[in-house]
Ligand binder design. Structure first.
Ligand code: ATP
Ligand code: MG
Length: 301
């Protein structure tokens, strides 16, 4: 990618990328934002997305061959924000062998017998791979914060559960992310920022369209009742865990075609920054390749 393109990409992402949380306010971010694209330019946005997807596939090939960096993409959002679809589209060109998606649901009995990071640490991407967390340890400061009864189930020694518990979790998360970054993991975190109105529209669709009925869950609809508490929790989470080494992207999610474009652009831009390349072949290896070529040429038939 040339310099001008890279600059343009960075500029496009600027409003969405949060690297220092302190001054972050969710109300400054419009879920309906589509940058300069009008609805009738959806096609143009889709073309750009397709290009991004192609480009990503190329970068992933190099990531794998180089076997040095790993990439961790984390997705958090309210229900029906489009996490699954975004993951599917953005990763559609990538070699499935190089990617691993893990969905984190309510923790199992075994999970609860460990610290909260345990289940996530077990499935971190190896060097050369892309790991995707569909939900993540961030649920520990979101759903668990909104429904404190969940915290009581976590079997923590009571004397360790004080009023600073969320602050402590933010610190622990930030420290672990710094540790991972220092060990060669590129971390990008996406909050798909959906409006309450658009969520209602999508839930209604799930009720109205028979092929979408299976997607509807009454539990999701109940969670809507806690919208304000969730938004507060999201804001506080971003304020405390957005860092240069593990930025949050607040992705406008009311238009799927746009949110996918932002996510693809962010991944492309970040991987581009790693300056990935296929391993260079040294003189000895070159000799080995020449010998192999001769051997194959000498074969009869
Ligand atoms: P989809 O509905 O598209 O399949 P999903 O991510 O919403 O995807 P669900 O099985 O519906 O999957 O929901 C998972 C649930 O697990 C969410 O309500 C989430 O808040 C909850 N969850 C995830 N992590 C934790 C956690 N650490 N503690 C408690 N609940 C959690
Ligand atoms: Mg769900």
């Amino acid at each position: 990618m040339n310099k001008i393109r890279r600059k343009r990409l960075r500029k496009f992402l600027e409003p969405y990328r949060i690297t220092r949380g302190k001054t972050f306010r969710l109300k400054d971010h419009d879920p309906g934002d589509t940058h300069r694209f009008k609805t009738e330019q959806k096609g143009e946005a889709r073309e750009l997305l397709a290009r991004g997807v192609e480009w990503l596939a190329e970068e992933q090939g190099k990531l794998y061959a180089q076997d040095r960096w790993s990439v961790l993409l984390e997705f958090q959002a309210m229900d029906a924000a489009g996490k699954d679809g975004t993951i599917k589209h953005v990763m559609s060109g990538v070699n499935p062998q190089g990617v691993q998606v893990t969905s984190f649901k309510a923790p199992s009995a075994e999970d609860l017998d460990h610290d909260f990071m345990w289940r996530c640490m077990k499935t971190l991407p190896e060097r050369g791979r892309i790991g995707i967390f569909n939900r993540s340890y961030y649920e520990e400061v979101l759903v668990v914060r909104v429904h404190e009864a969940l915290l009581a189930k976590q079997k923590l020694p009571p004397e360790l559960v004080g009023k600073n518990i969320w602050q402590e979790r933010f610190e622990d998360i930030a420290n672990i992310e710094r540790y991972l970054a220092r060990n060669g993991t590129l971390i990008l975190k996406f909050f798909l920022n959906l409006s309450r109105g658009e969520q209602k529209k999508r839930f209604m669709e799930r009720l109205d369209i028979p092929d979408k009925n299976w997607k509807f869950s009454s539990a999701d609809a109940r969670e809507r009742g806690y919208w304000k508490a969730y938004m507060k929790a999201y804001e506080d989470m971003i304020r405390h865990t957005a860092t240069p080494q593990a930025p949050w992207y607040v992705v406008p999610a009311d238009n799927k075609w746009f949110s996918r474009l932002v996510v693809a652009a962010a991944v492309v831009e970040a991987m581009e920054g790693l300056d990935l390349h296929y391993p260079r072949v040294d003189a000895e290896k070159k000799k080995e390749l020449a010998a192999a070529r001769q051997m194959l040429m000498a074969e009869k038939g």
